[in-house]
Design a protein around this ligand. Structure first.
Ligand code: ARG
Length: 401
């Protein structure tokens, strides 16, 4: 890998990315490390992180507020795609990666850097998402991934940092690896590595245990305009606020926990715990509104698109021609997905209990079993004659043999 002079490093303030700073300078011969920390609505003050980077030898420490971008440009399209990887994981971590990659590429251009860097290891999906996204946005930029090469354990990484005067507070370090943004939390490692172990309550931060949830259900009405959530209980609010409020509401009722064994792109199966209350409720509500407003063939054809979309986003191909083509399909389908969905939050469940839309294709006069039924029952006979014809021909042929 060619060496670089000036590097923009994706920085979280954790041990690994902090050790990356002296490591890039001393082992990779980088002259200047500029760190970039993205505020993705994780609700923590990033000022101490800025100072930490400078203390560790960064020449500049950038903090970028990217929460709105995360929601508008990454989460909303994904909600419209009803995107769930392997039918369960709403991609809360995966969606943030192409955004961070974009911030790195933009910062590199502004700072005149010839490379960008990240602290991902060689075993995860995130390295793939960063590297491929960066290459898509600027194929001339070098990507340095020190943690992929250094082969240090956590303890070794800490001792390495100490050589350069870094100290890591001796707070009892968590056995878990956690990624966190407004869309949710991903928790892995420690006791979770044994898939038979029930997650301890300590892994959760956004959702309550069922035993601690309210004994009364709570109803929430989510309004959508062209497939984007815009209203909560009748009030128009910004998407970021809507997601924050819905995280609180749903989380309080124990909604949003996922415990799954998933297939990583690099071939490893891993056990991950997710908390994504708002995102899961929004996808369920959005999908329900689609079933009210889209024709049967569009709804059913879109399922296949959604499955491809989810896999592609998980696998790091956010910036890709297939993704753009799927986006165009999905955008076109959302034109009439406008209406309101009523959700009942209770004891870990988010149950859709009502939906309405001015564009509803559901027609009571056709569906009713009451007296004002307008469906022509006799027309069914001719339809079934034609529909069943191939089956009848096939069956008669078999009988003749
Ligand atoms: N498995 C998830 C993904 O690939 C989350 C990865 C980050 N998880 C973590 N606990 N650090 O999107």
């Amino acid at each position: 890998m060619g060496r670089a002079e000036r590097v923009v490093l994706a920085y979280s303030g954790g041990v690994d990315t902090t050790v990356c700073i002296p490591y890039l300078k001393h082992e990779f011969g980088v002259k200047e490390v500029i760190t970039l920390a993205a505020d993705l609505g994780q609700g923590e003050d990033l000022t101490p992180i800025r100072e930490k980077a400078l203390k560790a030898g960064a020449s500049e420490s950038l903090v970028v507020d990217a929460t709105e971008a995360l929601i508008e440009h990454y989460a909303l399209p994904s909600i419209q795609a009803n995107a769930l990887y392997e039918n369960r994981y709403p991609l809360s971590t995966a969606l943030a990666r192409p955004l961070i990659a974009k911030l790195l590429v933009e910062a590199a251009a502004q700072c005149g850097a010839d490379a960008v860097a990240h602290g991902c290891t060689g075993k995860g999906n995130d390295q793939v998402r960063f590297d491929v996204s960066i290459a898509a946005l600027n194929p001339n930029l070098k990507v340095l991934a020190p943690a992929r090469e250094w082969g240090m354990s956590r303890e070794e990484a800490i001792s390495y940092g100490e050589q350069f005067g870094l100290s890591f507070p001796v707070k009892k370090s968590s056995p878990y690896s956690i990624d966190f943004n407004l869309l949710g939390r991903s928790i892995e490692a420690g006791p979770l590595e044994n898939p038979w172990n029930e997650p301890l309550e300590e892994v959760y931060a956004l959702t309550r245990a069922i035993a601690d949830t309210p004994d009364e259900p709570e109803y929430v009405e989510i309004g959508f305009v062209e497939g984007a959530p815009t209203h909560l209980n009748g009030e128009a609010i910004a998407a970021t606020t809507l997601i924050a409020q819905l995280n609180d509401m749903a989380g309080r009722h124990g909604v949003g926990r996922i415990d799954m064994i998933e297939n990583r792109l690099v071939g490893i199966k891993s056990r991950e715990i997710y908390e994504a209350p708002a995102l899961l409720v929004l996808i369920a509500a959005h999908r329900d509104l689609e079933s009210l407003t889209l024709t049967a063939d569009v709804t059913q054809y879109k399922r296949g698109i959604e499955e491809t979309y989810s896999r592609l986003v998980y696998n790091g191909l956010w910036y890709s021609p297939l993704k753009s083509a799927l986006d165009a399909f999905i955008r076109q389908t959302q034109e009439r997905v406008t209406g309101t969905v009523r959700v009942k939050l209770y004891k870990g469940n988010a149950q859709i209990v009502g939906r309405q839309s001015d564009s509803a294709l559901y027609t009571e006069a056709l569906a009713t079993y009451g007296a004002d039924d307008q469906f022509d029952h006799r027309a069914a006979e001719g339809f079934i004659y034609v529909w069943g014809l191939p089956t009848r021909v096939w069956s008669e042929r078999l009988r003749q043999e």
